[in-house]
Design a binder for this molecule. Structure first.
Ligand code: NAP
Length: 320
C-alpha cells in the first residue's frame, strides 16, 4: 500500500510517500481502507518532534481517517467487513491507503456523511464537544465566543453550540472565514485582524461580556480574553503556540476561570459521550463537517505548510 512515512523529525519535507506492506488485523483489531485522512495542526508539531507525544520512528502520521472496513481480527464485534467508519486514532497512521486500528478506535459513519467529511470528525468535533460540554459545561442560556471559528475545531464548535441553543459569536481573519462562521452558526462574526474588534464583541453583549471563550490562539489572545468575560465566565484554552502574560485580577473581579486540556488526556467515559454526540449530530443534521480543501496523499507536505497559514476555511483533507 501507499503510505506517508516519517523517518526523521523535521520540516514538511520529511513526509515521504512510500510503498509499505499492508498490515493484517490481529485479534481485536480492524483494517480500514482509508479514503480520506484529516490533517490537524498537531500532526505538524508531532512531525517536527516538538510535541508532547513523540512517536517511535519511522511512523505514519494521522489519527483522523474515514473509509470502509476491509477486514477484522478475531473477536471483533463492533464492525464487520464493508462497514463505513471513521477513526479516532489508529495503530499504524491514517495518512495511508490502509490503517490498522483497535476495535474501540473505529466508529460508524452515517450514510449521508462522505469520507472527506468523515476525515474531519475526531480531532475537530471531539475537541469542540469536549470543550463545550465537559470543560465549559455550557448552558443554552449562555453566550460563547469561538475565538478562531473558521478552522476545523472552530466550525465544529459553532455547530455544536448552536445545536445546544447558545448565543454564538465567532471570529475569523478573512472575508471568506467570516462568511463561513456566519453560515455555520455564528449569530455575529468579528474580524480578529481588525484593530479594536474586541470592543465590538463587548458591544454585541451590551457590555455584559461572554460566558465562555473557546480560544484557538491563547498566546495572542488570552490577556485580552479575560477582559471580555462576564461574571463566572470561563476561557477554555484549546490552542496556544507560545507564552503569554495575563493579569489575574481580571479573573478575580469576575470569579472567572481559565481551563485547558488536550484531547489525548480525556477519560474513556468522556470519549464515549463524544462519539455518541457526534453520531447523533451527524444523523440529525446539526453537525455538518465542512471540507475546505482536499489534496492527494502525495501532497501531504503541502498540507503541513498550509494548515499553519492564516485564512482557514474548513477542514484540510488528504484523499488516499
Ligand atoms: P485550523 O483549522 O488551522 O484553524 C485555525 C483557526 O485559528 C482559524 O479559525 C484561524 O482563523 C484562527 N486564528 C488565526 N489567528 C487567530 C487569532 N489571532 N485569534 C483567534 N483565532 C485565530 O486549526 P484547528 O484544527 O481549528 O485547531 C485550532 C488550534 O487548536 C490549533 O492550535 C490546534 O493545535 C489546537 N487544537 C488543540 C486541541 C487540544 O486537544 N487542545 C485539539 C485540536 C486542536 P483565520 O485563519 O480565519 O485567521
Amino acid at each position: 500500500m501507499k503510505a506517508i512515512r516519517v523517518h526523521e523529525f523535521g520540516g514538511p519535507e520529511v513526509l515521504k510517500l512510500e510503498d509499505v506492506p499492508t498490515p493484517k488485523p490481529s485479534a481485536g483489531q480492524v483494517l480500514v481502507r482509508i479514503h480520506a485522512a484529516g490533517v490537524n495542526p498537531y500532526d505538524t508539531y508531532m512531525r517536527a518532534g516538538t510535541y508532547a507525544v513523540k512517536p517511535a520512528l519511522p511512523y505514519t502520521p494521522g489519527s483522523d481517517g474515514a473509509g470502509v472496513v476491509e477486514a477484522v481480527g478475531e473477536g471483533v464485534k463492533k464492525v464487520k467487513q464493508g462497514d463505513r467508519v471513521y477513526t479516532a486514532r489508529t495503530l499504524t497512521g491514517a495518512y495511508a491507503e490502509y490503517a490498522l486500528a483497535l476495535e474501540e478506535q473505529v466508529h460508524p459513519l452515517p450514510e449521508k456523511i462522505d469520507f472527506k467529511q468523515g476525515a474531519g470528525l475526531w480531532v475537530p468535533y471531539g475537541t469542540a464537544y469536549h470543550a463545550l460540554h465537559h470543560s465549559a459545561k455550557a448552558h443554552a442560556s449562555e453566550t460563547v465566543l469561538v475565538h478562531g471559528a473558521s478552522g476545523g475545531v472552530g466550525i465544529a464548535a459553532l455547530q455544536i453550540a448552536r445545536a445546544i441553543g447558545l448565543k454564538v459569536l465567532g471570529t475569523a481573519g478573512t472575508p471568506k472565514g467570516l462568511e463561513i462562521a456566519k453560515r455555520e452558526g455564528a449569530h455575529q462574526a468579528f474580524d480578529h485582524r481588525k484593530a479594536g474588534y474586541q470592543e465590538e464583541i463587548l458591544q454585541a453583549t451590551h457590555n455584559r461580556g461572554v460566558d465562555i471563550i473557546l480560544e484557538m490562539l491563547a498566546n495572542v489572545n488570552l490577556a485580552h480574553d479575560t477582559k471580555l468575560l462576564a461574571n463566572n465566565g470561563r476561557v477554555i484554552v484549546i490552542g496556544s503556540r507560545g507564552e503569554v502574560t495575563i493579569n489575574a485580577r481580571e479573573l478575580m473581579g469576575r470569579r472567572a476561570s481559565i481551563r485547558a486540556f488536550t484531547l489525548w488526556a480525556i477519560t474513556p467515559e468522556e470519549e464515549a459521550d463524544i462519539h455518541a454526540g457526534i453520531f447523533a449530530g451527524l444523523e440529525n443534521g446539526t453537525l455538518r463537517p465542512i471540507v475546505g480543501k482536499e489534496l492527494p496523499l502525495d501532497e501531504a507536505a503541502r498540507t503541513h505548510k498550509e494548515i499553519l497559514e492564516p485564512g482557514a476555511a474548513g477542514k484540510l483533507v488528504l484523499v488516499c
